[in-house]
Design a binder for this molecule. Structure first.
Ligand code: HEM
Length: 390
């Protein structure tokens, strides 16, 4: 008879927020399939297991009926759907993310946004790049991609945070949902105000392609999938940019090589491998399954820890180090399987091809001006990156 996975009662959520990588290292070696009481889920920490779970949606479903995400977004988003239902909604936004639109539309717009934000940085002074650049840049780019240019940068950042807080409100406290209800009302009004414009003047933005489709998905789903892009399209490029800047500035040899040989693609991939902006995903188990000799029963929820997969010693030497020279190989920071990140090419374009070369062309001698602390369990990145702009 196969036994259930061991249970852990020691790992506490604050430990996962503060120093998850030390915990995952221990789990990969000692208990790669582990029921963790504090989060009420079975953690998978080995790269081959997280990949297998995400690549097998018939057994590991995204449709978790108990997720606070549905309450926070006032509807199930495409991230919580499977099979045809998921494909239909993902397909509805897909034209916006296509290479032809990245090249033909978004690249030029993002370039201009980046130029303005970088030009506004005060040369010679010390700033926190989180608030001075990374957050506002990501938010403004997203207003164009989504077709909601009537939203302010501050609104976008606030909505994004409120949605993330609501989706992670596993204790079902009232306050985060009250805040997400207010944000939902504001977002719905923002989207509605743009619809007539998009119907009259069709473009490649996500809202425009969805409302102008010959076979549109339901308005509730158009709204909730724009919201998932607000919830997920700001913090990941923001945290990725901050992580990469920190990685480069704390490794002068790599920083010099990146500038000399324009190694921005390597700097990008290594940054999100080193600290995956989305660290974990949940999947509901649809039938009994055995993983590494442990029974994971139907009805269980597994947490695939892609952050841990990206540090798996089976694949990476000295995974805890930022190293843009390491051997190239696929990582799981963008997920895999049917829910693979839809914004991957856009994120790469905006950071590796636009922002990083521009930022370090203007400030080639940028220096860290204080300590950098990373934080977060589900989403992770630096809380602040103080730099001297030289
Ligand atoms: C460095 C930046 C980014 C990283 C590391 C990242 C990572 C991820 C990951 C890991 C997933 C899969 C989650 C799961 O399996 O449950 C995902 C899904 C998704 N991402 Fe990204 N993302 C990034 C940027 C973006 C951007 C800029 C957008 C544009 C709006 C975006 C849109 C999406 C969407 C719509 C999904 C859901 C896809 C689906 O469920 O079919 N992402 N992302």
């Amino acid at each position: 008879m196969v036994n259930l996975a061991p249970v852990d009662e020691q790992i506490a959520i604050p430990d996962l927020i503060n120093d998850p990588y030390a915990i995952y290292k221990r789990l990969r070696a000692q208990a790669p399939v582990l029921r963790v009481k504090s989060i009420g889920r079975t953690m998978l920490t080995k790269a081959s297991d997280t990949r297998m779970a995400k690549d097998t949606p018939a057994i590991f479903s995204s449709n978790d009926p108990n997720t606070p995400m549905e309450r926070a977004f006032q509807a199930h988003t495409l991230m919580r759907k499977d099979a045809d239902e998921h494909a239909r909604e993902r397909g509805a936004m897909a034209p916006s993310y296509m290479a032809k639109n990245i090249k033909g539309t978004w690249e030029e717009i993002y370039q201009k946004i980046a130029e303005r934000h970088v030009a506004e940085l005060p040369r010679g002074e010390t700033v926190d790049l989180y608030t001075a650049l990374a957050g506002p840049f990501a938010a403004e780019c997203l207003t164009h991609l989504l077709g909601i240019t009537n939203a302010s940068i501050d609104e976008m950042q606030r909505w994004s945070q409120v949605l993330i807080d609501g989706a992670g409100n596993f204790g079902w406290a009232d306050a985060p949902f009250q805040a997400s209800d207010i944000a939902n009302t504001e977002m719905n009004a923002c989207f509605d105000a743009m619809i007539a414009h998009h119907k009259a003047d069709q473009g490649p933005s996500a809202l425009s392609v969805m409302v102008n489709s010959d076979d549109p998905i339901e308005m509730s789903q158009i709204r909730s999938n724009i919201k998932i892009a607000i919830g997920g399209g700001i913090n990941e490029p923001r945290d990725a940019l901050l992580t990469i800047v920190y990685g480069l500035l704390s490794n002068p040899e790599q920083f010099a090589a990146a500038k000399a040989d324009a190694l921005w693609g390597n700097a990008f991939d290594e940054g999100i491998r080193w600290c995956a902006p989305i660290q974990v995903s949940s999947r509901l188990v649809k039938e009994d399954v055995e993983i590494r000799g442990c029974l994971v029963p139907k009805g269980d929820t597994v947490m695939t820890i892609q952050a841990s997969a990206c540090h798996d010693e089976d694949l990476y030497d000295a995974p805890e180090l930022y190293d843009i020279f390491r051997k190239k190989q696929p990582h799981q920071a963008f997920g895999n399987g049917p829910h693979f990140c839809q914004g991957m090419h856009i994120a790469k374009r905006m950071l590796a091809q636009i922002m990083l070369p521009m930022l370090f062309d203007r400030f080639p001698n940028m220096e860290l001006a204080g300590p950098v602390d990373f934080t977060g369990f589900g989403f992770r990145g630096p809380a602040a990156v103080p730099v001297k702009l030289v």
